[in-house]
Design a binder for this molecule. Structure first.
Ligand code: NAD
Ligand code: PRE
Length: 290
């Protein structure tokens, strides 16, 4: 389906995309591009890419499909670097966790929204980074959100959708702003809470003792605080308004909990916890994805 695929950012997301498409027999040659030569050499050893370069323009030359999977803060620079080298018919898509910032970067770099750019976001990942962490099954039974714009060519959209489906994913279409609001709630806020909690505990004087007695609850709640600080810095900055609004909402929920405990209002605590448990049980029963 794709004779030449260029992956810019051969990490967890880019590497897994290449591996999944290879496993599905959907790609011919895969060109990797990144900043870390050690990571790219590892990608070559693992068979994730057939060759690599650190020059984005060289990577996209002659590619039929370009997949951008770099931290969001690097998106605009990459787009500017590849602008003049892209094949006229090449389809470009991405896996960035925030869509408004990517769309703004594309408009700024190209002076318009090219019809062959399809913004996307796989709702799948782990707390690990780099090509070593990538695996072909990452997207199987996971959702991928595509956020096409009025300018998007339906054929480009259909191809990108088909490729994700070949990776085993279920594709949904969504408006850019709606995507960013939803993900602020279900992904960005939980990461902020995990990072914030671990940082607060780590800065407490007794932290050695605290971590010694932490067990499953702490481990489950904080797994995602092992995620890439660069990636999460960029996500928070790229989605600042929606993340800020969610944080404020959550802060008032926390204040309400604190007041309820202070008032010794057990009935109210039970109500809040029961409502939360029922919502999470429903999420799991509906196939809640890990
Ligand atoms: N990790 C997740 O769970 C997850 C899930 C969905 C989407 N995403 C998004 O996917 C993108 C990639 O995340 P990841 O988890 O694969 O990160 P990663 O750190 O595993 O991989 C990113 C790769 O990009 C390379 N890179 C960084 N800056 C670059 C630049 N300027 N030019 C070329 N290469 C550069 C790095 O060397 C690295 O190999 C991010 O935009 C992230 O928001 C991540
Ligand atoms: O499972 C994880 O480790 C993840 O963080 C994956 C996760 C998330 O669910 O929040 C992280 C960022 C994304 O953009 C999409 C998925």
């Amino acid at each position: 389906m794709i004779a030449r695929l260029a992956i810019i950012g051969v990490g967890l997301i880019g590497g897994s995309f290449a591996r999944a498409l290879r496993a599905a027999g959907a790609v011919g040659e895969v060109i990797g591009c990144g900043r870390s030569v050690a990571n790219l050499e590892r990608a070559l050893d693992l068979g994730v890419v057939d060759r690599f370069t650190t020059d984005p323009a060289e990577a996209v030359a002659g590619a039929d499909l370009v997949f951008l999977a770099v931290p969001l803060g690097s998106t605009r620079g990459i787009l500017e670097a590849v602008r003049g080298a892209l094949d006229e018919r090449a389809i470009v898509t991405d896996g960035g966790s925030v869509k408004g910032s990517v769309v703004a970067d594309v408009r700024a770099a190209f002076g318009r929204m090219p019809p062959n750019f399809v913004p996307g976001h796989p709702i799948a990942g782990t707390e690990h980074s780099g090509v070593e962490a990538s695996f072909p099954e990452l997207y199987r039974h996971r959702r991928v959100i595509l956020t096409p714009l009025a300018e998007t060519d339906p054929q480009a959209l259909a191809l990108v959708q088909r490729l994700w489906e070949m990776c085993g994913a279920e594709v949904s279409l969504m408006e850019v702003d709606h995507h960013d609001e939803i993900l602020a709630a279900t992904s960005h806020l939980p990461h902020l809470l995990a990072f914030g909690l671990v940082d607060a505990l780590a800065r407490m004087r007794e932290n050695d003792e605290i971590f010694r007695y932490a067990a499953g609850g702490f481990r489950d709640f904080t797994r995602i605080a092992s995620s890439s600080p660069v990636m999460w810095r960029d996500i928070c900055l790229a989605n600042a308004p929606a993340v800020g609004a969610m944080l404020q909402r959550f802060a008032s929920e926390l204040n309400e909990l604190a007041d309820t405990i202070h008032d010794g209002d057990g009935e109210r605590l039970w109500e809040i916890f029961s409502r939360a448990k029922a919502a999470r049980d429903r999420f799991l029963a509906d196939g809640g994805r890990d």
